[in-house]
Design a protein around this ligand. Structure first.
Ligand SMILES: Nc1ncnc2c1ncn2[C@@H]1O[C@H](COP(=O)(O)OP(=O)(O)O)[C@@H](O)[C@H]1O
Ligand SMILES: [Mg+2]
Length: 1053
């Protein structure tokens, strides 16, 4: 979508409609509604299309609205606005790019774009012929076209500068080939045909320029109010002081004879300084080296010096040069020999009968020889310049100059010229315009009619003026004006312009388009000069003054001057003036014949291409904006043949295409013709147009072409195609994407399969290996199991290792956590010993850990318990019951012990106390006592009194029964008289008491656990016995035979 929203065109907003999809379309039809104000944008839509007045009115209406462009079918009519309209911006270029011709308001860009598209799609070379009077805007138009291509065509990297070079060639060519004339301040004084070369992708890749007939006479003479070529003024005005000094020039143009003839060195619309800068900038871009630029400027300067070279006449009529300074500059600038130049400027060399003769020139001859040299130098420089530019524009790349490339030619050639005084140049120019008109007629009018005929389509004949008769008048061999002119130039004897005129009268008198003073009737005679001949051109009558015709046609440059130039050491000059030319005896072709031949070539070039036309009109002679001089415009409309053109357009069909082209383009619009039509082409087209609903009056089918009468029919079809395009694109896209995605899918699938198979193979191999290993393992295991009882050997090593290993592993998990946990895994036979070691080590370790962790009090407790265990374990019945009961530090608090007792004991501090029952040795009466243990003795206390004190040293041993009673006997040494004998005691905490005593008294080894009765000593050698018997409850009583009988209850375990 090119445009979004409503676009305001500078051409008037009413011209642009924004379609549903944002597309600009159908401008032409909508323009009809606004035609009262701005006219129609295609003269074909003019109601009164045969009226010249209506035509001009429409042109004027549009001109008033700054709408300078109007179509006649495909011909663009352009009126010079003489002011800058803002319609040439990049946005405008974009707007006209890719939009079909009739869709948007007329513009030079539309023609350019259309031509470009036609070249691309139809692969046919194109040309755009720009014609019109001098000053009508041809050159501007051609520049706009170039600009359009430079900006809108796709660019190739290495060709990026081509557009630049194309554009830069303009200021250089204009500097050397354009001049200010009365009609145009920047009038092209040469014809220019430029080919732009596009490669198969539509990228501009090269260019080529053909130049025609430079108006050389301007170098030496200008009419009043006109100037010489711009370059002279640019050099003098813009050249640096140093440069001018080197060239021996002064800044003022007034100093140069060649620049003062027109008396108009300053022009307000021209800025010579800026142009000079532009030229200097452009030359290197175009590939000119600095040396070449300098040599070029030398030549330009030498022309000015030549102009100032003056002659004097000696006494004997001999001519000599009077301006020495000029000659000096000239010899330097031209790089020629001083005396040779002097000689050549004042003498001529003749060859008569094969012999060289030198004869002096008279004053006048010397002047014209000098002027001829100036013209020759300038003319050849210009030709060289064009060649040089062509080299720079030539596309050297083989790849791009392949067969698929195409051309667009631009012809900007002098328009029809009618001046006050018309000379040889105007004759040539107007002849050229006759030829172009003929081409136009040939290509549009006649071809159109002929085509209708060959296509078998009924046609109402359009009357048009065929100017072939005038062309023949000028160019016909032997009979034409040019032939007569050449003959007159070559004729031996005194030929002059007047004799030429007479010859013309003789040969052409009576021709309908030829007239002279002599041949004219009285009325015409009055306005004709005697030296004039009149041609009735297709565009109007022109009187040509014959004076100078012969000389200009001869374009004579004396041999001697050519020879001098050949010897120049200025590289450029020696290229223009080559030796062969001097040696060659054959006369070169005359100027008019040369021009005729080049025109014939040009016509051939143009014929081979598809032409588009731009007809330029200038609205006034004053170069003023907004002024529309009807008379002037009518004249141009007439000689441009626009009315005839329009008549033909309206009578005929707006559009025609060969069946294949039409079908090819529009076949997607009908299901019968899409994608391919296999029947006859005409039937295909017929099917297609019927499907499109064309009405019979809208089209005709010829033999090989379809003709569509109204543009709107075509627009509708184009629009339908545009609308259809997305669908076609979508189909193509779908197919292509499908293909691409399928290919991609297959590629991925193949890759996936490869990866999968590799991965699966690897996995399977891994699994197989594992299984093999497992089977091997099982086999070894089973074998090992069978051989398990044998010595460690190859068969059972794995099994045994495994058993060991798993035992150790299991053991690690199942180790006893506490010292008391005596569980331990059963080891395999081979590890019995190791297991035992481990068990011990583990136990030790646990014990060590345990021991490290216990508190001092608890340690004491345990030490005591250990002692108790050593003494009683497995010996006394109720010992196991006692284990869990803790031993106390003491069972008597200090306040429970009588003070007297404490005092009596003095420093021997009580360390343990407990309540016991003492049994008398005789009678066994039970008495409550306190048993106190000090550091040195065990003391029995009866409330306040110490009853007995047993030094530990005196303690012989301790006896207890093996039963679960609390009776114990402290045995003392009998020898100690202080003692009353052994002591029989009972304690509820018998283990604690005995353990304490045994520790304190260090008698652990002397604790006797008696199996039966306990004997104890009574004083004076007597002895008591304690018997123990099992009963239902504890009873201590005197038994038979005076024994103490202790009944001990059975412990229920
Ligand atoms: N499209 C245009 N817009 C503005 N001015 C223009 C346009 N065309 C021509 N002119 C003016 O007219 C003058 C003459 O145009 P030019 O192209 O040199 O004429 P031609 O080549 O036909 O002799 C230009 O210098 C310019 O001032
Ligand atoms: Mg021009």
């Amino acid at each position: 979508m090119r445009y979004r929203g409503r676009v305001r065109s500078c051409h008037g907003a009413h011209f642009i409609e924004v379609g549903v999809e944002g597309r600009v379309r159908l401008v032409m039809e909508s323009a009809l509604t606004a035609r009262d104000r701005v006219g129609v944008q295609d003269f074909v839509l003019l109601e009164n299309y045969t009226s010249e007045a209506a035509f001009i009115e429409n042109l004027q209406r549009r001109f008033r609205e700054n709408l300078i462009y109007t179509y006649i079918g495909s011909v663009l009519v352009s009126v010079n606005p003489y002011k800058d309209l803002e319609i040439y911006s990049r946005q405008h270029m974009e707007r006209y790019r890719g939009v079909s011709f009739y869709e948007i308001s007329p513009h030079i860009y539309a023609v350019s774009g259309n031509t470009y598209r036609a070249m691309r799609t139809e692969r046919k070379d194109q040309c755009i012929l720009i014609s019109g009077e001098s000053g009508a805007g041809k050159t501007e138009t051609s520049k706009k076209i170039l600009l359009y291509y430079a900006f809108t065509c796709p660019a190739h990297d290495c060709m990026a500068s081509l557009g630049d070079r194309l554009l830069q060639s303009t200021p250089v060519l204009e500097a050397f080939g354009n001049a200010k004339t009365l009609r145009n301040d920047n009038s092209s004084r040469f014809g220019k045909y430029m080919d732009v070369h596009f490669d198969f992708r539509g990228v501009p890749v090269g260019g080529h320029i053909l130049n025609y007939l430079l108006e050389k006479s301007r170098v030496v003479h200008q009419n009043h109010g006109e100037r010489n070529f711009h370059i002279f003024y640019q050099l003098l005005g813009g050249g640096e002081d140093e440069l001018l000094k080197r060239l021996g020039l002064e800044r003022s143009p007034q100093k140069y004879r060649y620049l003062v003839k027109g008396n108009c060195s300053r022009v307000s619309s021209i800025n010579d300084n800026n142009s000079w800068k532009a030229v200097r900038k452009a030359l290197p871009v175009l590939g000119f080296t600095e040396e070449e630029v300098q040599e070029l400027l030398n030549i330009v300067a030498s022309v000015l010096h030549l102009g100032n070279t003056q002659f004097g006449e000696g006494d004997e009529g001999e001519t000599h040069i009077t301006t020495e300074a000029q000659i000096k500059s000239l010899t330097e600038l031209l790089g020629v020999d001083d005396s040779a130049l002097r000689q050549a400027l004042t003498h001529k060399k003749l060859i008569a009968n094969g012999e060289e003769m030198i004869s002096p020139l008279n004053f006048e001859q010397a002047g014209s020889a000098r002027d001829a040299l100036a013209k020759a130098i300038y003319g050849r420089t210009f030709t060289w310049l064009v060649e040089k530019i062509n080299q720079s524009l030539t596309d050297n790349d083989e790849v791009y100059s392949s067969k698929c490339s195409s051309f667009i030619g631009l012809l900007d050639i002098y328009g029809f010229e009618v001046l006050q005084h018309n000379s040889f140049e105007q004759f040539c120019i107007n002849y050229c315009n006759e030829k172009l008109q003929q081409l136009f007629i040939e290509l549009t009018l006649r071809c159109e009619q002929e085509e209708y005929e060959t296509e078998g389509i009924a046609w109402e004949t359009v009357q048009y003026f065929d100017n072939k008769i005038i062309c023949d008048l000028i160019e016909e061999k032997h009979k034409g004006i040019i032939s007569i002119l050449d003959e007159e130039c070559l004729r031996p004897g005194e030929a002059c312009d007047i004799s030429f005129l007479e010859k013309l009268e003789d040969s052409l008198g009576g021709h309908a388009h030829f007239l002279t003073h002599k041949l004219a009737n009285g009325k015409t005679r009055r306005i004709m000069n005697r030296e004039d001949f009149r041609l009735l051109h297709y565009a109007g009558e022109v009187n040509y003054n014959v004076s100078g015709f012969l000389e200009k046609n001869n374009d004579l440059l004396y041999r001697s001057l050519k020879e001098v130039m050949c010897q120049s050491n200025n590289q450029m000059l020696s290229q223009f003036f080559c030796r062969e030319e001097v040696i060659d005896q054959k006369r070169p072709e005359m100027a008019a014949t040369q021009f005729k031949n080049s025109l014939t070539k040009l016509m051939d070039i143009l014929m081979s291409k598809e032409p588009s036309y731009v007809r330029c009109i200038k609205p006034n002679d004053a170069k003023q904006p907004g002024r529309f001089e009807e008379v002037l415009v009518r004249h141009q409309v007439k000689y441009l043949g626009l009315m005839e053109n329009l008549r033909v357009r309206r009578a005929g069909f707006a559009y025609r295409r060969r069946f294949e082209a039409f079908l090819q383009r529009y076949k997607p619009l009908c299901s019968d013709t899409w994608p391919n039509w296999h029947g006859k082409l005409s039937e295909g087209v017929s099917t297609l147009v019927q499907h499109l609903g064309y009405k019979p009056e809208e089209y005709k089918l010829g033999r090989s072409k379809i003709f569509i009468r109204f543009p709107k029919t075509l627009f509708a079809t184009e629009d339908a195609l545009e609308a259809k395009k997305p669908v076609i694109v979508l189909t193509l896209q779908t197919a292509w994407r499908g293909y691409r995605e399928r290919a991609k899918y297959h590629r991925i699938r193949r890759a996936v399969i490869v990866i999968q198979s590799a991965w699966r193979g690897m996995k399977a191999r891994r699994r197989a290996r594992k299984r093999r290993q497992a089977a091997e393992l099982i086999r070894r295991f089973v074998k090992g199991f069978i051989f398990r009882h044998q010595e460690y050997c190859l068969e059972n090593d794995y099994f045994l290792d495994h058993v060991r290993c798993s035992f150790l592993k299991n053991l690690r998990k199942d180790l006893p956590k506490t010292v008391l946990d005596k569980s331990w895994l059963t080891p395999p036979p081979s590890l019995t010993e190791a297991s035992e070691h481990l068990r011990r080590m583990h136990m030790q370790n646990m014990v060590r850990k345990y021991c490290r962790s216990i508190m001092p009090e608890w340690r004491k407790q345990l030490e005591q318990k250990v002692v108790a265990s050593e003494i009683f374990k497995g010996q006394k019945d109720n010992y196991p019951h006692s284990v869990a009961k803790l031993f106390l530090g003491t069972r008597l608090e200090s306040e429970q012990i009588n003070l007297n007792v404490v005092q009596t004991l003095g420093s021997d501090k009580v360390q343990y106390g407990s309540v016991v029952t003492k049994y008398d040795r005789r009678g066994f009466k039970a008495r409550p006592r306190q048993l106190l243990l000090t550091a040195s003795s065990a003391v029995l206390v009866d409330r306040t009194k110490i009853k007995q004190r047993i030094d530990y040293a005196a303690l012989r041993g301790i006896s207890v029964s093996q039963l679960s009673d609390g009776i114990f006997v402290l045995h003392v040494h009998n020898e100690d008289n202080k003692q009353k004998g052994d002591v029989v005691l009972h304690s509820d905490h018998v283990f604690e008491v005995i353990t304490k005593v045994a520790i304190m008294a260090d008698t652990t080894n002397h604790v006797n656990i008696s199996q039966g009765s306990i004997r104890f000593a009574v004083a004076r050698g007597k002895e008591g016995i304690i018997d123990f018997t099992r009963g239902s409850e504890l009873k201590v009583a005197k038994g038979k035979r005076g024994h103490l009988l202790v009944t001990v209850p059975q412990l229920n375990t």
